[in-house]
Design a protein around this ligand. Structure first.
Ligand code: M6R
Length: 619
């Protein structure tokens, strides 16, 4: 959940680190800090709050050192404070560490290190790493034997990391080895790359691509030693290895707002492009093809059960896909929150397909669920937005959602990319199982493509959405209701609203309202109803009437041309007509805009809502 960055090169490190941290801030924004090698010492500057505050403080120091490491934090162990901000340093202040992840055995290590005389200055799990490395480095300096090709800081980090239980992406410096940064990782991403002015390390390529697009995704347990001129790689035994380079092709403008007031709005507007890109090249000679899944039609045909595992918004994409996979391919499908799936004993056989959906490809619970499913013998497909991410690496096959980097914490364009990718997967399964005629599959594929233009039309006029937002803004709570597809869409609408506007929101299958939640409704209580044309439209209207009869302020998402709905709703947001199975793609867009509009009026931080971070890399 945290962002880490490191640089060693020919120009002053502090501005490079601050720039990198600003790009990584979406990963956590409770506190930030840097350590720079300065005149034979490590100068550490840390601040509670956002990177801008750190930058302001750094401005008071005259930092000229050309190597350093930086961190932006999402608090796990220890509240957000300057003392708990990274980098953390050893007793002597000569080792500095930044860390993304969780050290599960930190309490034991802390106890052990304290007994040996180490003094701790923070409540974090990370600080034990600095002290462990300090001790190991001292032992090595006294001539402790080692079997590896590595030495000095590199070897100290290698040996110390062998004592860590948990997950980590680390960048480490020592004042005794100026200009050297050592990095290693386990279950957390680390990217390294060499630019014209030096070497870079970060937890996300976005902090590196300004300098180089050819990067190495460090393998679990491997290490890299960065100097101004070189990056050397080592395996977990300290043996020198060669790593494969990946070219990152996305545009630099993903890191810019491009004239929009916030990333969320920019990303909402990118959705038509995402739909088109995700579909590109998938229909070949009249047949659907997803080669990356690396399964023959015969193997696909054997699948008799699907589990979709994911968290948050990605879980909602799974709920929508369940309807498609069951409806089109007739395969029983379960959708499970990854944090529950990993601790259950689900029924998995060799013909079970597990589909893991994760925008970031880093979500700890989803990753754990993937590992568990594979051990149990399932085939795992990953659907992710991030090239080379852990989900991509650990799945048997992967579909990339082509959303490009998503910066706003609230997922929007990646969600639409997931919906389109999962629709393709459902159609592919239907094709392999012969459950639909090919001309029907081609028709739905065309209609999927048409949603790009339909979303453009929704984005072209948002006046009804803004008006509905103004009507809801003084509420303290809201209900989102729908049936069938609409019930799943409602869940995503409610999540978006609470996530960015801090309004309490709940989603219910509309038919369930009368079993409890209807008690919440009184005069002016907002009920957002997904009332698009579907086989259950009439039933939804009945539920809307029940809410209206109790004084609800009803906002309906309805299909263009539906005159009836205006008789029951206070505000109607019309969207183009699509088949029900694809309705989530269009109906989600006004809900994203509604949540954002309410959050803007309430003065909330749209891109970085409180308490949240973009990647949830802890359990
Ligand atoms: O990266 P992932 O898709 O695995 O993330 C899962 C959730 O943390 C994420 O969808 C979260 O719910 C979003 N911030 C919602 O907008």
């Amino acid at each position: 959940m945290c962002g880490i960055v490191g640089y060693t090169g020919t120009v002053p490190a502090a501005p490079v680190l601050l720039d990198g941290l600003a790009k990584l801030e979406y990963r956590g924004y409770d506190s930030a800090g840097i350590a720079v090698a300065e005149g034979g010492k490590l100068q550490v500057v840390r601040r509670r709050g956002k990177v801008a505050e750190l930058a302001h403080t750094v401005g008071h120091f005259d930092l000229t050192g050309k190597s350093g490491i930086g961190h932006t934090r999402w608090a796990t162990h220890g509240r957000p404070s300057e003392a708990n901000a990274h980098p953390h340093v050893s007793c002597a202040g000569d080792i500095a560490v930044v860390h993304n992840g969780i050290i599960e055995n930190f309490a034991d290590l802390r106890e052990e290190l304290s007994q040996r005389g180490h003094t701790f200055r923070s409540e974090t799990d990370t600080e034990v790493i600095a002290h462990l490395i300090e001790e190991t480095y001292a032992d090595l300096s006294k001539g402790a034997s080692t079997t590896s090709e590595a030495s000095g800081l590199l070897e100290a980090v290698r040996l110390a990391s062998m004592r860590l239980v948990g997950s980590y992406g680390l960048a480490v410096m020592s004042s005794k080895e100026p200009g050297v940064i050592v990095t290693t990782c386990k279950d957390m991403p680390i990217i390294v790359g060499k630019g014209s002015d030096g070497a870079y390390v970060a937890s996300d390529a976005i902090a590196v691509i300004g300098a180089t697009r050819d990067v190495v995704f460090l393998k679990d347990g491997h290490l890299a030693r960065l100097t101004c001129d070189d990056i050397a790689f080592f395996d977990g035994y300290g043996k020198s290895v060669t790593e494969e380079t990946t070219h990152i092709s996305w545009d630099m403008d993903v890191a810019e707002k491009g004239g929009y007031p916030d990333f969320m709005l920019k990303e909402i507007h990118e959705q038509p492009r995402v739909i088109r890109d995700t579909l590109k090249g998938r229909l070949v000679a009249g047949h659907l093809e997803i080669d990356e899944l690396d399964m023959t039609a015969e193997e696909l045909n054997l699948i008799d059960r699907v589990y979709i595992i994911a968290c948050g918004t990605s879980y909602h994409a799974g709920l929508i896909a369940k309807e498609q996979i069951e409806g089109w391919a007739r395969i029983p499908t379960e959708v499970e929150v990854a944090s529950e799936f990993r601790y259950r004993n689900p029924i998995i056989t060799p013909t079970t397909l597990v589909v893991a959906v994760s925008q970031s490809g880093e979500t700890a619970d989803t990753l754990a669920a993937i590992r568990d499913a594979r051990i149990k013998g399932a085939r795992v497909f990953g659907i992710t937005n991030v090239l080379g991410s852990p989900v991509a690496r650990e799945s048997d096959g992967v579909i990339y959602t082509k959303a490009n980097k998503e910066i706003a914490v609230a997922s929007t364009k990646s969600f639409l990319g997931q919906l389109v990718s999962l629709s393709l997967l459902a159609l592919l399964l239907a094709q392999a199982k012969g459950k639909m005629r090919m001309n029907q599959i081609r028709l739905i594929f065309r209609e999927l493509g048409d949603t790009a233009e339909q979303v453009e039309r929704i984005l072209a006029d948002t006046s009804a959405i803004d008006e509905a937002a103004r009507a809801c803004v003084d509420a303290t709570s809201a209900l989102f209701v729908g049936r069938g597809m609409g019930a799943a869409i409602a869940k995503e609408g409610a999540l978006k609203l609470k996530e960015i506007s801090y309004l309490h929101a709940e989603a219910y299958a509309a038919g369930e309202m009368k079993h409890g939640p209807i008690a919440l409704i009184d005069e002016g209580f907002p009920v957002i109803a997904i009332a698009t044309q579907s086989p259950v439209y009439d039933k939804v209207i009945s539920n809307v009437q029940e809410a209206k009869a109790r004084g609800a302020l009803v906002v309906a998402i309805a299909t263009e041309g539906d005159k009836e709905i205006a008789n029951h709703a206070d505000h109607v947001i019309y969207i183009p007509k699509v088949r029900d199975a694809l309705s989530a793609i269009t109906a989600s867009v006004p809900l994203q805009l509604l949540a954002r509009s309410i959050a803007v009026i309430r003065g909330c931080d749209i891109d970085q809502p409180r308490n949240l971070a973009k990647s949830v890399t802890v359990e």
